[in-house]
Design a binder for this molecule. Structure first.
Ligand SMILES: [Zn+2]
Length: 336
């Protein structure tokens, strides 16, 4: 049996011919298995969706109750059978509810890791290395130049700036699902006790994380119209990246533009966005994490879905591991 009989790339996403289901499909399909709630992996309009309870909750919050025909929650670590294929979900360490999906049939085991990272994250369960024949990985930061610093050191830079510029509004851009909550939790872990002001687009997901036991502390709405702009001086205000282009962002007193993303490694990207304080905090594996994970799992084959595929494929070949790029389209790294 070839691995492709169990799972193969198709225009709608990774498809299992034996199981008759898709993983993270980018088009509406009859049966979807979804790794996590970022909008490039979790789309609305499928028939049946199998995912962790938290991913289903997140999809419902983002798309509304009718986001799919039927929801099927699966517990992390538990296995079920779909048309003879054994299916199990395991932690990916990416965002709350995120999972790798393990598929097994006739002794062949394929793991679709979705998006993942290996750094500790107070907002989700850590990545679990799984034995498999084929490991399917992303390569968003799949170049040796991507060497993410310790996130706590990045948080320390933010805290230093708050001390140095007590009159400026520290306006932080962070993705609405995962990054914003991780940033808040990291600040709290460093002892930051002041209220943190959040854009309206973050409220639902922050409330959800809190209800799932992630400590986010005192969060308040950052509604600049109804509040004296002086209120936000010296405070942390967090909004999704898109909010930086809205009128909302221009209402704050003397804003200091900050952005938290793995892309902040690239000076040019920070400059283009007008970011004064780039924070390199990523929910994806960097080059070292990617290669260390492949060494640890030691699969017989590596498939690379999207990102800087060629460099990682080349690394695998030099390491004597069969590898192929899948050139999957439609995965835009919502939560980098
Ligand atoms: Zn993601």
């Amino acid at each position: 049996m070839k691995p492709e009989d169990l799972l193969c790339p198709s225009p709608a996403g990774l498809y299992s011919p034996i199981g008759d289901f898709y993983v993270d499909p980018v088009r509406p399909v009859a049966r979807a298995l979804v790794t996590h709630g970022h909008s490039d992996h979790a789309r609305a309009g499928h028939g049946a969706v199998l995912a962790t309870r938290q991913t289903l909750d997140i999809m419902r919050l983002r798309y509304g109750p009718g986001f799919c025909g039927s929801e099927q929650p699966i517990e992390i670590g538990k296995e079920i059978e779909l048309n003879g294929v054994r299916v199990g979900f395991h932690p990916a360490g990416h965002v709350l509810g995120s999972a790798q999906i393990a598929l097994e049939y006739d002794g062949m085991r394929i793991v679709v890791s979705g998006d993942y990272k290996r750094r500790p994250d107070p907002t989700c369960s850590p990545f679990e290395p799984l034995r498999c024949d084929v490991f399917i990985t992303e390569a968003t930061f799949g170049l040796p130049v991507f060497n993410h610093p310790d996130p706590n050191a990045e948080i320390a830079r933010l805290l230093t700036s708050l001390e140095q510029f007590p009159d400026r509004t520290h306006l932080v851009g962070a993705y609405a699902l995962g990054k914003a909550q991780r940033l808040i939790a990291l600040l709290r872990a460093e002892g930051y006790r002041r209220p943190i002001f959040i854009h309206g687009a973050l409220t639902q997901l922050c409330d959800y994380y809190s209800s799932e036991g992630v400590e986010l502390g005192d969060l308040r709405p950052a509604t600049a119209e109804s509040t004296d702009p002086a209120t936000f001086r010296g405070e942390v205000v967090i909004g999704p990246p898109s909010s930086f282009n809205e009128r909302w962002a221009r209402r704050f007193a003397d804003p200091l533009a900050i952005f938290a993303s793995g892309w902040m490694m690239v000076r040019q990207r920070a400059k283009q966005r007008g970011v004064e304080l780039p924070l390199v905090i990523s929910d994806h594996a960097d080059w070292r994490e990617l290669t260390a994970t492949l060494q640890e799992i030691a699969p017989s084959q590596v498939w690379v879905t999207h990102g800087r595929e060629e460099a990682l494929v080349r690394w695998c070949k030099l390491a004597g591991v069969a590898a192929r790029p899948l050139h999957m389209v439609g995965y835009e790294d919502e939560g980098d």
